[in-house]
Design a protein around this ligand. Structure first.
Ligand code: NAP
Length: 545
């Protein structure tokens, strides 16, 4: 038997939940050991290896996962809602198994238990939220345009159908909410698409446990195991083969710009190119007016210091560029921010790669002409882990204009303060690359200045925020978590909120097709009871014959 074969635990996932991770891939409910060089997670706090050895999924594992996903997809294409019970069931399992998952996850990521508890709650809420949206058929966009009695115009019935098996890549910094059971997996399943998850190598045991919960949920709902697979891997080969597989119809990715762009390019070079929905790094510019600093500069400085250094700055919505007005107010804010920032403890970075990248960026940025290190946090002596003291840099708008490298994300506890005459704020957005968010702190009598700045900023971000830091991405219908490149590779989409489901649906029109051959969503008697647009009116009514 090949090393990657069943390894004595065939279908364990179906029958019982184990309290430990064994170093497994899960291919459609079947646990497999993978092959090749072993790898292990590193605890960022102790700097030591933790947990079992893992082996990357083999070429056969990947091909099998995709083939089985294609089968379940083809069988369920016209059955919207079939996957809804999986989402509710796995949310329940996640809560039942919270203790073991949190313990495993804190060991692999160094993230604190309270931080992970809130991430876990958000993850199960998100699974249930997307289940409700799918159950109501909200994103199906069912439209019926009846033909005219004279037969001049044909009858058209349109609905959105699941696009096919999805390759999902999770990020290191949200091991629950943007990982195996995270928003991309949940929205793909809510759309009716099977998921093949490429686990992040920084938290393989957390991924295995969450993957087992998902495999169990699929089995408990009486569905075929091909709806979900989990592939481990450390290095680009598993992800590359997965995206090249003919049966994969879209990619959802959360992670670095380098990773997202590489997968986008691989997907584009396929014989049949497929969409890649990559949410990548972001600078999240923040602007402060003089009046806002005069009225509450001290409080804003505290909020900014917290959001630059919280989770050691490893959040995709961390403010990375702070634009301050030149003059006394800007000087005050800079001073308050520096004091508040340096008073906060240095944090641990999630992976050696993130650590090495940030350390190199700190060196490079401090060598740029006209850029000063404003303040640096204190290093805890003899820390054995991936701890890095955070840094704030400072420069002027003139330097910023001539140094495009200041726009590379410093993923960690760091931000660049740029001073600029307040009257020139509105000229700044055109210099900026795309971001997930943009923030303006202002006072209520500053509508003219703010409206001009907002008018420019809106071209560069997916969410604009007034008087608040950009942290905390609410899971709701109104959320847009996206933005122009390089924040994402798909400017029209969001990875959070109900519209995240749309990424995995495609419109199909049925023209003059008999009622009994239509999908349930388009039949005359509306058996799903969903809202549809019939001859331009939104209604849940049936069609009278
Ligand atoms: P990462 O290194 O890009 O890894 C993400 C996943 O992609 C991993 O499974 C990785 O697997 C795979 N991957 C990366 N490069 C690949 C390649 N060339 N070919 C095939 N697979 C590849 O990301 P990370 O370290 O987790 O994330 C840090 C970044 O994510 C930050 O920049 C942060 O801003 C961003 N982030 C964004 C959001 C958002 O919503 N926009 C949320 C969280 C984080 P292998 O290592 O096995 O190749």
């Amino acid at each position: 038997m090949d090393t990657h074969e069943v390894n004595g635990r065939d279908n364990v996932a179906r029958n019982q939940m184990s309290v430990a991770a064994f170093g497994m891939n899960i291919v459609a409910g079947q646990e497999r050991a993978g092959g090749g060089e072993p790898f292990r997670a590193i605890d960022p706090v102790s700097g030591s290896y933790v947990g079992s050895d893992f082996h990357a999924a083999t070429e056969k594992d990947i091909a099998d996962a995709v083939d089985l996903a294609v089968q379940v997809y083809n069988n369920a294409l016209l059955t919207p809602g079939i996957t809804v019970p999986i989402l509710n069931t796995v949310a329940h399992f996640l809560e039942d198994w919270a203790k073991v998952i949190l313990e495993t996850c804190t060991g692999e990521t160094g993230l604190s238990i309270p931080r992970l508890e809130s991430e876990l709650a958000r993850t199960s809420d998100q699974l249930r939220f997307l289940a409700r949206i799918a159950e109501r058929g909200e994103r199906l966009d069912a439209v019926i345009d009846q033909g005219d009695p004279e037969g001049m115009y044909p009858e058209l019935r349109k609905v959105r159908l699941p696009i096919g098996p999805i390759a999902v890549f999770g990020a290191s910094n949200f091991p629950l909410a943007f990982s195996v059971l995270g928003g991309d997996t949940a929205s793909a399943l809510a759309a009716g698409c099977p998921v093949i998850m490429k686990a992040h190598p920084a938290h393989p045991a957390t991924s295995e446990l969450c993957g087992r919960l998902m495999a169990n949920a699929v089995a408990k709902c009486g569905l075929e195991p091909g709806w979900f697979s989990l592939l481990q891997g450390n290095g680009s080969s598993v992800g590359t083969q997965l995206v090249q597989e003919e049966g994969i119809k879209a990619v959802a990715f959360t992670g670095s710009l380098q990773g997202g762009r590489a997968l986008f390019d691989i997907a584009s070079r396929r014989l049949n190119p497929i969409p890649v929905f990559a949410e990548m790094g972001s600078l999240n510019p923040v602007f402060l007016t003089k009046a806002s600093i005069r009225n509450r500069g001290g409080q804003i400085a505290q909020e900014l210091a917290q959001s630059i250094s919280g989770s050691a700055g490893q959040l995709c919505t961390k403010p990375g560029l702070i634009f301050l007005p030149e003059g006394q107010e800007g000087d005050f804010l800079e001073n308050d921010l520096a004091n508040a920032f340096v008073a906060r403890p240095a944090g641990h970075l999630l992976t050696q790669t993130i650590y090495d990248t940030l350390a190199a960026q700190f060196n490079q940025t401090s060598l740029i002409d006209g850029v000063d290190t404003l303040v640096q946090q204190t290093q805890t002596s003899n820390d054995p882990g991936l701890m890095i003291p955070g840094r704030l840099f400072r420069t002027t708008i003139t330097n910023f204009r001539t140094h495009p490298e200041l726009q590379s994300e410093h993923f960690g506890p760091s931000a660049i303060i740029v001073t600029c005459p307040e009257s020139e704020f509105r000229t700044i957005p055109e210099l900026l690359e795309g971001s997930l968010t943009g923030t303006i702190f202002f006072e209520s009598d500053e509508s003219e200045l703010v409206s001009e700045l907002l008018g420019e900023l809106i071209h560069k971000v997916g969410r604009v925020i007034g008087n608040g830091v950009p942290m905390g991405v609410r899971v709701a219908r109104g959320m847009s978590h996206g933005g122009p490149y390089p924040a994402t590779t798909s400017v029209r989409d969001t990875s959070v909120g109900s519209a995240a489901i749309d990424r995995f649906l495609r419109p199909v029109t049925y023209q003059n097709i008999p009622n009994e051959l239509l999908p349930l969503s388009l039949r005359d008697n509306n058996p799903l009871g969903i809202v549809r647009q019939i001859n331009s009116h939104l209604t849940t009514d049936s069609i009278e014959i």
